[in-house]
Design a protein around this ligand. Structure first.
Ligand code: SAM
Ligand code: SF4
Length: 326
């Protein structure tokens, strides 16, 4: 059977699919000046997405994460989720969102068959949240999150980019949240991208101190499964939720890479911090091209490098993560 395996023996059951580059937030580390509309916003259509995911599913992909930009900006998001749900071998459909519509959209996302949601919440202080994102939406996003949480079936995670001098003192409020809520709250180490050099130099902070504090409180590291995200997750018997740490600069981060990425324009990206991407779009136009598409994906996978070179300051062609979905 054809399998998504690279020359280092890594397999890729997890696909991150960006469905738009557009975003309505202005996160300081990502799009500080807001989304600048390009002349061409010709993103993958629903039928191109279906053909793409069918090909990946036939190659063993089990988990799809929809991301962006802000994926909930697309009016056909619910239909896209429904179409993926119809591909029977896809076991998990996940969404990464800034949550700005979550309060209104929670029920339709649940009904469409979403399995997992990651909501970006960089601060649990309304004032700081607004300062980072440009929007006074923290309470509404939390309301949406708790609405989704009523459906025990859906796995909920939050993402907070750890920012020196800004939200690096928020462990106590995170602990209060995970005490009685079955949510995994994750700290992501700020990554350097093409556009954020100055911001990175000012706010980058290693997550090591956070792992130490969590372990001191008695949280224990738990093991990953084959479709897990990149986080190290920690659990504690007195806490319903978990804490996660994503440390892309840590040694061996790439050794357990299990995911590939597709941009909103249909390019296959082998690494978040790689160069360019292979345009799959000409092969997404008809179901009859799926076999050809599968061979092309397998051939391209041979070029996946063992690791990124972020520590050496190399960010590849990624100007900001809204371009490819993180
Ligand atoms: N708009 C959605 C959101 O914010 O969740 C999805 C796209 S966003 C690019 C995906 C994730 O990447 C978010 O959790 C965001 O905080 C994170 N992110 C963006 N830029 C980052 C950076 N430079 N370093 C670390 N994480 C970043
Ligand atoms: Fe938009 Fe997400 Fe980037 Fe924030 S992190 S600007 S919400 S794409």
């Amino acid at each position: 059977m054809l399998e998504l395996k690279d020359q280092f023996g890594r397999v890729f059951p997890y696909l991150r699919l960006s469905i738009t580059e557009a975003c309505n937030f202005r996160c300081q580390y990502c799009l500080p000046n807001g989304f600048q509309k390009p002349c061409d916003m010709n993103y993958l259509t629903q039928s191109e997405i279906t053909n793409l995911i069918s090909a990946f599913a036939q190659l063993g992909t089990k988990k799809i994460r929809l991301t962006g930009g802000e994926p909930t900006i697309r009016n056909d998001l619910i239909k896209i989720i429904g179409a993926i749900r119809d591909i029977k071998t896809i076991e998990t459909i996940a969404l990464t969102t800034n949550g700005y519509k979550l309060e209104q959209q929670a029920q339709s996302l649940i009904d469409a068959g979403l399995d997992a949601i990651n909501v970006s919440i960089d601060s649990l202080s309304a004032y700081k949240f607004k300062a980072i994102t440009g929007h006074d939406k923290l309470q509404s996003i939390l309301n949406g999150l708790f609405e989704v949480a009523k459906t025990k079936r859906i796995k909920i995670k939050t993402n907070s980019v750890l920012l020196k001098g800004f939200n690096d003192d928020e462990l106590p409020s995170i602990l209060r949240m995970v005490k009685n809520n079955n949510i995994t709250m994750r700290f992501i180490e700020l990554m350097r991208t093409g556009d954020n050099k100055e911001y990175f130099e000012k706010h980058h902070l290693s997550t090591d101190f956070m792992s130490e504090q969590i372990e001191e409180i008695g949280f224990k590291r738990i093991s990953r499964n084959s479709v897990s995200g990149p986080a190290r997750e920690y659990a504690h018997e007195d806490y319903e939720g978990r804490i996660g740490i994503i440390a892309p600069y840590s040694k061996d981060f790439c050794a357990s890479c299990n995911r590939l990425r597709i941009s909103a324009r249909g390019e296959l990206k082998l690494c978040l911090f790689g160069d360019g991407g292979l345009d799959l779009r000409p092969f997404l136009q008809s179901e009859n091209q799926i076999d050809e598409l599968k061979l092309l994906i397998l051939k391209t996978l041979k070029f996946k490098l063992p690791t990124h070179n972020l520590a050496g300051g190399y960010t590849g062609s990624t100007k900001h993560l809204a371009q490819i979905g993180g």
